[in-house]
Design a protein around this ligand. Structure first.
Ligand SMILES: Cc1cc2nc3c(=O)[nH]c(=O)nc-3n(C[C@H](O)[C@H](O)[C@H](O)COP(=O)(O)O)c2cc1C
Length: 344
């Protein structure tokens, strides 16, 4: 069942339009600097997040694992992450914890060595869902060991759970369960496309998460992905297609609420989006849906895609006179359209 679901998610994301309609990143505009006073060759993309040195402020966010075809995806994605010195997160490891035969689809990433490797489990599975296996701290350690991870992402995906026919809909007690994990393991709390608000960010940082991946709305919609799966209530999925907090607004909410490092995933599709995310207060950005088509073709295409994104980021930094990633933090951004209503 889980294998089938993971395969459906990849195929649907590749074949159908599963993006949210509005592009919230385009509602932000940098104020151009006519005199950049920086040489392109001295611009550095290097940065650091919770002690990990990255060659650029970026990670490939959790996408897959847990069915045959996922092995090659993960090989290409992690090799690309190593090549460009960026972070890499695998998709939910639930399948491999429940079926040892599927471990190789995740373990494959041990062939390469990205500077930041993030394991992944779902928050709904940390509590009792009517007799299903409840993941405990030992499972969390096993997931991390499987891929040699530095951190464990616990994903919050209630939009997906409420839309999918087989969804886990008990949510009471999840924060307490996450607190238990945080006592023992370096946890990143991660949304999956609906964003995190200020109150939730405060609660998560109080229980000791090491970072928050805001996983905001504006890119892949999990309601849309589920819409195309067999057996889904299409009316419900359509109604919730663009449910959530736009990623830029979520960064602002979370940054106001907590000092923990922030990862900006959700609709990041080019280097300009990354620069905007950092200017708003994120430490690094994350890309999932955007890299998928290239990863479906070859390692070479995946590297070419990443090279393009990083060149775009450097070009934007040049136009803004930024020698270092941190310089982006005080560059002026104009907020337009609907996004303005979200952030006031
Ligand atoms: C095919 C696919 C599968 C995904 N599976 C997972 C997952 O297993 N665990 C997780 O935390 N996030 C998962 N995500 C969510 C992404 O990590 C990310 O938060 C979300 O897609 C928004 O980013 P994007 O707009 O760049 O796609 C998945 C995304 C895609 C496209």
């Amino acid at each position: 069942m889980i294998q089938r679901r993971k395969e459906d998610h990849i195929n649907i994301s590749l074949e159908k339009d599963v993006e949210v309609e509005d592009d919230y990143w385009s509602m932000l505009k940098f104020v151009h600097r006519a005199l950049p006073e920086v040489d392109m060759e001295e611009i550095s993309l290097e940065t650091e997040i919770f002690g990990c040195e990255l060659s650029a402020p970026l990670m490939i966010s959790a996408i897959t694992g847990g069915y045959g075809g996922a092995e090659e995806f993960n090989r290409r994605l992690s090799s690309t992450a190593e090549e460009y010195g960026i972070g890499f997160g695998v998709g939910s490891q639930r399948a491999a914890l429940e079926d040892e035969g599927l471990r190789s689809t995740y373990e494959v990433i041990r062939e390469s060595h990205p500077p930041l490797v993030v394991a992944n489990l779902g928050a709904p599975q940390l509590i009792d869902q009517k007799g299903k296996h409840v993941f405990d701290i030992e499972d969390g350690k096993m997931a991390m060991d499987m891929i040699g991870a530095d951190h464990l992402a616990i994903h919050l995906n209630y939009l997906q759970e409420v839309v999918q026919p087989e969804g886990d809909l008990r949510a009471k007690g999840v924060l307490e369960a996450m607190a238990g994990f945080c006592d023992e393991l370096p946890v990143i709390a991660k949304e999956t496309g609906a964003g995190i608000d200020a109150d939730t960010a405060s609660s998560l940082s109080e229980v000791g998460v090491k970072a928050i991946d805001v996983g905001g709305m504006g890119g892949t919609s999990f309601s849309a992905v589920e819409y195309y799966r067999e057996g889904t209530d299409k009316k419900l999925a359509n109604m919730l297609w663009d449910w959530g907090i736009p990623t830029p607004a979520s960064i602002i909410e979370c940054r106001r609420a907590t000092d923990v490092p922030l990862i900006a995933t959700g609709g990041i599709r080019n280097g300009l989006d990354i620069a905007k995310a950092i200017a708003l207060g994120a430490d690094i950005a994350g890309i999932a849906g955007g890299v998928l088509p290239a990863a479906n073709i070859s390692l070479e295409d995946t590297c070419k895609y990443m090279e393009g994104v990083l060149k775009e980021l450097k070009s934007v930094m040049f136009l803004l006179g930024c020698k270092k990633v941190e310089d982006l933090r005080d560059r002026r951004l104009m907020i337009m359209g609907e996004l303005k209503d979200w952030v006031i």
